[in-house]
Design a protein. Structure first.
Length: 324
């Protein structure tokens, strides 16, 4: 039942389930806000979402706040399309076929700790997917998809279903005499809107200055860090909880991911009190509008401010996660 639910309950528009496992469960949930490990901290090199992502400085200037927000919005519109078409090829099938054939390339070899640090800028090399490449390569070397014929076939069918949902409106509109531009919009708009809503609800909780502070990044206790890398808001509101899929309390979602979100509102007061007692209170926002405003302001600053030094050079890689 759990296996079937993972395929049919996790992708309302047909997103690739296996890619979601690797990106969200293996990377984001285990290494939340850790640069070089959490792929959600660097979806692409033109938008800087963490202050420890290396800056590309040309003539004393960097990308700038306006360009930063532009690429931020573009990524927000296209994330689910990438997860549907690009990610299955890039991170599932290519590493697996390479492993079964002549061998994987260097970018797929090694573990997530060997991933190259991402860079940000107009002319940066495409190294923002280093963590995802390592995870995909390791997944292929373990031949996880080949352990079960059912899993392999189900993954293929899920990817095919994703492509059908994305492209069927395009070809249907063309068959009715529509233009290519109109047909593209018919196929893309549902994905772009779902992507914008999803990225808006999830990213605003993690990409905040409070969630990326030195104190938070340096926390060696796994559960304390999970609580502090998310900004919560409207925690007692049943309406906000329902409309956000209960991701308005992501600190609880990250600390206790196996608990159904239906219980979050009832559990949160006790959870919050426990965090305060142990010195790991999650950052708090007044409302989704307040948190969104802080989020966009922080994204702007990440693109327009040049730090005195490169934080990745001065700090080095974080110590390993300690499950205590």
């Amino acid at each position: 039942v759990n296996y079937i639910g993972a395929f049919f309950g996790s992708f309302p528009f047909g997103w690739s389930v296996v890619c979601w496992w690797l990106q969200h469960v293996v990377s984001h949930h285990q290494y939340t806000n850790e640069v070089g490990h959490d792929v959600d901290a660097h979806h692409q090199c033109f938008a800087r979402w963490h202050r420890m992502v290396r800056l590309e400085i040309i003539g004393g200037k960097i990308f700038g706040g306006i360009q930063q927000l532009f690429w931020h919005l573009l990524t927000g519109l296209g994330s689910t399309v990438g997860m549907t078409i690009i990610h299955p090829i890039q991170f599932i099938w290519v590493p697996l076929l390479a492993h079964l054939g002549e061998g994987q390339s260097a970018k797929h070899l090694g573990g997530i700790d060997d991933a190259e640090y991402p860079r940000h800028g107009l002319f940066c090399p495409p190294v923002h997917d280093g963590a995802f490449d390592k995870i995909g390569g390791n997944f292929a070397r373990q031949r996880v998809l080949l352990h079960s014929r059912t899993m392999f076939v189900a993954t293929l069918l899920a990817w095919f279903f994703s492509l059908v949902i994305l492209w069927a409106p395009f070809f249907y509109d063309l068959s009715l005499g529509g233009t290519v531009g109109h047909a593209l919009l018919m196929g893309m708009i549902p994905f772009m809107m779902s992507s914008l809503m999803f990225m808006g609800v999830t990213q605003i909780s993690h990409i905040q200055s409070e969630c990326q502070s030195d104190e938070t990044s340096g926390e060696v206790d796994y559960f304390k860090r999970q609580a502090r890398t998310s900004m919560d808001y409207s925690t007692s509101s049943p309406f906000v909880g329902f409309m956000t899929g209960h991701l308005n309390v992501q600190s609880l979602h990250h600390t206790l991911p196996s608990i159904s979100s239906a219980h979050y509102r009832a559990l949160y007061p006790g959870f919050h009190a426990l965090c305060v007692k142990h010195g790991c209170e999650p950052p708090q926002g007044k409302s989704i509008a307040h948190v969104m405003s802080k989020h966009l302001g922080y994204v702007w600053n990440l693109g327009s401010e040049i730090p005195a030094d490169d934080p990745t050079e001065s700090r080095g890689r974080r110590p390993p996660v300690l499950l205590v």
